[in-house]
Write a protein that binds this ligand. Structure first.
Ligand code: HEM
Length: 416
């Protein structure tokens, strides 16, 4: 591309920018985007990986695998809902800082953006179909019913992920937007095409499902082993599979990461060989090394609970690299810099956001997680003690107070 064309693309992106500005510093949005994307992709990987375990368990005759498969479908269905909830957060942040890019990409493939929701619903239904058909059965090692629905669910989930990947890829090609909009000399309003993708990048993010599911299986053993009715033969089997998946999966993902770096677009310059280009792959490979060292021998019991947080740390490194890649292309090559976004400082909404996150989110989540944790480790029915009961009451009060302040401030502003 010559300098004049680049300048036109830069001008187009700035012209599409929201003139209202941002309510706080853009770096805050970008930081939160990285953080919440890392959480989103962790749960996406968890749902895909544990679905895969469930699928394998459903089609094998090995009773240990069948049991493990039934346990992991429980994790998968919860992970879908968490992945969706924490998918909304990066969606909000990316559309605030990269609004010209996110909206253009969405409009160019509008049919797919709308279909995304329906495909996701079908995928989730298919997963629940399998679950409802099988969860009540006493014998978890018998052949499960409706196994096909797991295949349908996994395939549709992968399609959902591909749509997201394509939308993200289109953002990185502003030089192509006009061409995609104008097909053979005619304006194309249909939005029926996904225009860009990088197979290796997509495969990398998906492949991380293997080590992440491995981490879940290692954690599963550690979590369940304290129960009075723990079946250690089965739990040790789960952890052994888990360790293998972390090791093999991390190596596969590292290879795919390298393939991604070798195929990044020209406008990314020398990102692949830069610090951030390299560190992403090193972090993924480091996971295999960590598992080899820490999940064996004496340290296994102690470090098992670290397997998932470690996966998140690695996810954060990769999410940072991914964001810097975007910046290197859009700013480095095209001269679009989110740092120069106009700021119309709004301390109240910025403060409210962080306080909601910390206090409302913190208290309510602590309550839910405590209940889930204790119930999972109790044989029979779990009854919360007075401390947990109190936490539940505080959680309700915090939410109620939040709602009151929301309406009070809203009416106050409206009355001004
Ligand atoms: C449950 C099925 C889902 C799967 C398998 C999935 C998968 C993915 C993948 C693979 C990426 C990375 C794309 C890339 O960087 O190449 C991604 C990014 C993303 N996903 Fe999801 N996703 C799912 C659901 C959702 C939902 C329901 C939302 C929002 C409501 C969402 C919002 C996002 C956002 C905002 C990004 C990042 C966009 C960006 O930074 O450019 N995802 N997703």
């Amino acid at each position: 591309m010559d300098a004049q064309n680049v300048a036109q693309v830069t001008e187009m992106m700035y012209a599409l920018r929201n003139p209202a500005g941002l309510p706080t510093y853009p770096i805050i949005f970008v930081g939160l985007n990285v953080l919440t994307f890392a959480l989103h992709i962790l749960f996406v990987q968890l749902l895909l990986g544990t679905s895969l375990v469930a699928l394998y368990g459903a089609y094998t005759n090995n009773p240990l695998w069948r049991r493990l498969g039934m346990a992991m479908i429980d994790v998968a269905k919860v992970s879908v809902s968490v992945a969706i909830v924490v998918g909304v957060a990066p969606l909000l942040f990316v559309q605030v800082v990269y609004d010209p890019h996110w909206y253009t990409s969405n409009v160019l493939s509008a049919d797919w953006v709308i279909a995304f929701i329906f495909i996701l619903i079908l995928a989730y239904w298919a997963m629940y179909l399998y679950y409802f058909q099988n969860y009540k059965r006493e014998d978890k090692t018998a052949e499960p019913k409706s196994r096909w629905s797991l295949i349908v669910s996994l395939a549709l989930m992968l399609l959902v992920g591909f749509i997201m990947h394509s939308l993200t890829s289109q953002i990185l090609h502003p030089e192509m937007w006009k061409e995609w909009y104008m097909q053979n000399g005619k304006l194309d309003y249909s939005g029926d095409t996904l225009h860009a993708y990088n197979f290796w990048r997509y495969a990398f993010f998906i492949s991380m499902a293997i080590p992440v599911a491995g981490a879940m299986m290692v954690t599963y053993r550690r979590f369940k082993m304290v129960r009075e009715d723990a079946d250690m033969q089965y739990l040790n089997f789960a952890a052994e599979v888990g360790k293998k998946w972390i090791l093999v999966g991390s190596i596969i993902s590292t290879v795919l990461y390298v393939a991604w770096m070798m195929t990044i677009q020209e406008t990314a310059g020398d990102f692949a060989t830069s610090f951030w280009g390299i560190i992403g792959g090193v972090a993924v490979l480091g996971y295999a090394l960590w598992a080899k060292l820490r999940l064996n021998g004496k340290s296994a019991d102690m470090c098992s609970y670290m397997a998932l947080p470690m996966a998140l740390v690695i996810g954060l490194v990769v999410a940072t690299s991914r964001e810097i890649l975007r910046y290197d292309i859009l700013n480095g090559f095209f001269g679009y810099d989110f740092f120069d976004y106009k700021i119309v400082m709004d301390w109240y909404s910025t403060g409210l956001f962080f306080l909601t996150f910390a206090i409302v989110g913190g208290v309510v989540l602590s309550y839910f997680l405590t209940i889930a944790w204790k119930a999972g480790q109790t044989v029979g029915i779990y009854t919360p003690g007075p401390g947990v009961q109190k936490l539940g009451t505080v959680a309700i009060w915090v939410v109620a107070l939040w709602l009151v302040q929301f309406f009070v401030v809203g009416f106050y502003v409206w009355a001004q």
